[in-house]
Design a protein around this ligand. Sequence first.
Ligand SMILES: NC(=O)c1ccc[n+]([C@@H]2O[C@H](COP(=O)([O-])OP(=O)(O)OC[C@H]3O[C@@H](n4cnc5c(N)ncnc54)[C@H](O)[C@@H]3O)[C@@H](O)[C@H]2O)c1
Length: 344
Amino acid sequence: MFKVGVVGTGNIFKQAHLPGWLSSKDVEIIALCDAFRDSAVAVAKDFPDAKVYDDYNELLDNPAIDIVGISTPNIFHSEIAIAALRKGKHVFCEKPDAINPLEAQKMADAAAESGKLLMTMRNNRFSAEAQFMKRLMDKGELGEMYMGRCGWIRRRGIPGRGGWFTTKELSGGGPLIDLGVHMIDMAMYLGGSLKPVTVSGSTYRKFADQPDASGQIPSGTFDVEDLAAGFIRFDNGASLQIEFSWASNIAVEQKFLEWRGTKGGFSLINDKLNIFTEKEGALIDEQPSFAAAKIPQHTANIQHFIACVLGKEQPIITPEQGVDMIKILSAIYESADRGKEIRL
Ligand SMILES: NC(=O)c1ccc[n+]([C@@H]2O[C@H](COP(=O)([O-])OP(=O)(O)OC[C@H]3O[C@@H](n4cnc5c(N)ncnc54)[C@H](O)[C@@H]3O)[C@@H](O)[C@H]2O)c1
């Protein structure tokens, strides 16, 4: 039985990590840490034997802990992950891996040096639709993927306005780093072994000073973008258009991924999958349907992590992929600042 220590007991921990850890008979939560101690204390009511901390360094000094789960604001991911790996713990960390490429690389290096497993949450890969498409793509059924589009565009949906999400120093950015990491990862996972080479991007911050529904401009910092768009080129010639917003004047929220391949294409729009091919001179549209998921995506991701710690599965999410992801996001911000394409 592996012993888990958790750092950060906020929303995503309660909604997604807790059910994930509890779904496994191979792990047990023995320690809870939150900088806001009352949050960890509240969770600990269901874990009477768990130790409670408000300083993660003290949790890491607990030799009984084998696995550290990180679900703090983005800025703290890398420092906690690196410290945990150096203490010989396996690490499961929320996305985004880090807020800049240097930190992401340090995490990957710490994992390699420690020989322990470092995995970052990529829950969207674990939907039935994504797994089905992965099997088709790996068999080459849609041919060579050359042009993709992905995004997550919200009409209104700024998370924690005025809090850490909208404070660049703590989050690293707005919807690009928050939502982009999910959908660009899915695009690269399903598009093949894609190595990014150049990016170009624009970012906008148009809602920070707009009043909310009550007519007030909310207090607190809002110094990140609320919309980002861009273009990524990969070393095999494929390219990907991207668009992410927390707020923009569009009809409805849409989460989308589309790839066009030489033998067929597909779109996954708000979790609805469509496949487009041509057979015997006819254009074929297929809408695969799936039974309701037995387990939620986040739980499936955590179960995969545990299976990898146990040596039963090979990681499908690697620290190197995390470094590439953060390089892409960071270069899109740089491109937006400098008004030019950036080579990675
Ligand atoms: N994969 C997903 O679907 C998904 C969804 C939402 C959020 N997230 C990610 O999860 C992370 C947390 O987001 P959230 O919405 O739960 O935020 P949150 O603000 O609800 O929770 C964060 C918690 O971390 C605590 N904390 C802050 N600094 C700390 C520190 N140094 N040490 C220990 N605890 C600390 C806070 O007190 C808070 O309880 C973020 O990185 C976010 O990007 C992922």
